[in-house]
Design a binder for this molecule. Sequence first.
Ligand code: FAD
Length: 491
Amino acid sequence: MNAESVDVLIAGGGIAGLATSFELHRRGVSCVVVEQAPRAGGVILSEEIDGYTIDAGPDSLLVQKPQGIELCEQLGLGDRLVPTKPPRLAFIQRNGRLHALPANSVLGVPTRLGPFIKTGLFTWAGKLRMGAEWLVPPRRDPGDESIGAFMRRRFGAEAATYLAEPLLAGIHAGDVDRLSVRALFPRFVEAEREHGSLLRAFSRRPAAEHAGSVGEGPAKAGHYAQGPEEAGPSVLRGQGAFRSLPGGLSEMVRALVAALPAGTVRLDAAVTRVMGHGGTGPFRVEAGAHAFAARAIALSTPAYVTAQLIGDRDAELARLCGEIQYSSTATIALAFRREALAHPLNGSGFVVPKVEGSGILAGSWLSSKWPQRAPDGRVLLRTFVGGARDRAALERSDAELVTLSLAALTPLLGITGEPLLTRVYRFERASAQHEVGHLARIEAIDRALARHPGLFVTGSGFRGVGIPDCIADGRATARKISQWLQEHAAR
Ligand SMILES: Cc1cc2nc3c(=O)[nH]c(=O)nc-3n(C[C@H](O)[C@H](O)[C@H](O)COP(=O)(O)OP(=O)(O)OC[C@H]3O[C@@H](n4cnc5c(N)ncnc54)[C@H](O)[C@@H]3O)c2cc1C
């Protein structure tokens, strides 16, 4: 098979791979993106059905992590970015009722007294324990810790059960007792270290400053829009913490592909083998009927695929990549006549703590959250199921997933009519889990990669899960590749 020569071969046409190619193209480096699916975008998929605009996967770009917004602006989509609709409330289910997440909170932890005292979400004992965070001595152990352990230690069991657990399940489809506080909430760790208490730190600096980073804080509290989208006005600055596009986030994917030279993105071709060594000659990459000779390679595939593709050349690197866990989830879109729901739908949605025993992790009220997602007089909802809490969810049929969604939503929202439309979207092993020890694993991966000149990895499994982080890492990877190519050519 004749191999097509390219400077850079990118495996995987999700947002990370597309961002890598966009940045390479800006730097005048030619590349080809090989994607196994018949469409680009990975988990980003928007559909227009019967006047409804449905984001099957992600629907929100976090403003505080500007790389998503910046990329949209560079793609000429800046004017199309839309904020969430007010009142921008987010809810948490407790005892079968929905409670608004207190305003001015960071991962649901209130940073001001007023909203905290008023909320019915916590018992008085729970509120007192959370307030006592001021007095909890800082942890001296520099090692990593789970977010659950961190929250229990600092804010008590109720905060872990009714805030951290459902928010992390609703955002990452993750297990709060496995996800790493250092990887996902580095500023919490920093605030504890520097100020001895998060509440003390937040009282000194605006909560928004703490909320930033890799989807932290209120932003995080619903970051992926499955649940509470925004915890209050602290980071909203008038327009809300998130943006989307009227046609859904696939607009960004289409604009990215269109910004690349024709033929850059090759669909329906799975990379199956990577041979050769960069530095001493080109890599040879096989992808179905195609073969490429590439000076450098960026693997932007899920980490378990990356592990398979590099297994032959470095067993240790493959093991490290293979250790990164992924959760499977499904989203179920449901449309109704407005009058079929008694609830005012006055917010973006809700998350469900595990102890509530519901079949769903979260529910989004997409037509209340974003403008023009449903025709007049109709509402569009979406549930989120599976994740670390319900690993067998994807074994259920579409009809079963719709039934369990309706069973969860009906008592909460007072649903009386039948859905006008239902759609089930499955995301098999698509949600990367940055578990305790993740940062140490990434350092080990970086050390191992140094043994392979010209080989780069990116994507949500590695340095950041949210779309802005995947874009940032893809672009940073492109800069490294471009520099490597220059140095390599110079030798
Ligand atoms: C349901 C859901 C909702 C989310 N909501 C949000 C949100 O609102 N905001 C937000 O910021 N983030 C959200 N996220 C997270 C974010 O969308 C993802 O982390 C991010 O899009 C992942 O991008 P990626 O390119 O790393 O991976 P992917 O999108 O998984 O792309 C990887 C690509 O590699 C391809 N591939 C795999 N194997 C091969 C092979 N052998 N050869 C070629 N190609 C291959 C796949 O087909 C896929 O297209 C959400 C995630 C999910 C699952």
